[in-house]
Design a protein around this ligand. Structure first.
Ligand code: E4P
Length: 215
């Protein structure tokens, strides 16, 4: 499973990049706004740290505007992926970019039909939002499983990015469901490697060792 970070925070990215565990980055306008920095500057800095795909989202809602923005964003760094909303205009832009060989990530996917449309439009990635579905009492992980089945049924090359992840259980379940990628928020990072029983275990080993040395 590939592992993306769902953040534009440079410190968070460096912390995990140091471990060799970051395969890519996803951002959205809310994530960029949180950093209070220039969009281009932050994306270029991220691309200088991470060589894998870095999603930068368009703001325009009309296909024509999305395509103009896409050309600009794609020129910022070779690993920029154009993030497009799941709308009719977004699908048109996705297909146009596919024909030009520009990578895309179709975002805000909440149904299997939307995922199927993104795959047909030639999306490189699709982002089902697990947490936001769970928030409204739906089953986000069911969607990931259904999308995986659909992609496998027809041999689409589109990769699933399990997005809107709220807890580590989501990462584990997405891996079991066969999602190609999970994109994890920076706030969840320490939970990826920490477990209370690990901490207790280390404490016990060290205390037993130190007792044995005092005899
Ligand atoms: C990633 O591509 C999405 O933008 C992100 O995971 C959304 O997460 P949220 O529902 O926590 O805002």
């Amino acid at each position: 499973m590939k592992f993306f970070l769902d953040t534009a925070n440079i410190e968070e990215i460096k912390r995990v990049a140091r471990l060799g565990l970051v395969d890519g980055i996803t951002t959205n306008p809310s994530i960029i706004a949180k950093e209070g920095r220039d969009f281009k500057e932050v994306i270029q800095e991220i691309c200088s740290i991470v060589s894998g795909p870095v999603s930068a989202e368009v703001i325009g809602t009309k296909a024509e505007d999305m395509l103009k923005e896409a050309v600009e964003l794609a020129a910022w760094a070779p690993n920029v992926v154009i993030k497009l909303p799941m709308t009719e205009d977004g699908l048109y832009a996705c297909n146009e970019l596919y024909k030009k060989g520009i990578k895309t990530n179709v975002t805000l996917i909440f149904s299997a039909a939307q995922g199927l449309m993104a795959a047909k439009a030639g999306a490189t990635y699709m982002s089902p939002f697990i947490g936001r579905l769970d928030d409204i009492g739906a089953d986000g992980m069911r969607l990931v499983k259904d999308l995986k089945q659909i992609l496998d049924n027809y041999g689409y090359a589109t990769e699933i990015i399990a997005a809107s992840i709220r807890h580590i259980g989501h990462v584990e379940q997405a891996a079991l469901a066969g999602a190609h990628i999970a994109t994890i928020p920076g706030s969840l990072l320490p939970q990826l490697w920490r477990h209370p029983l690990t901490d207790i275990g280390i404490e016990k080993f060290l205390s037993d060792w130190s007792k044995s040395q005092q005899q």
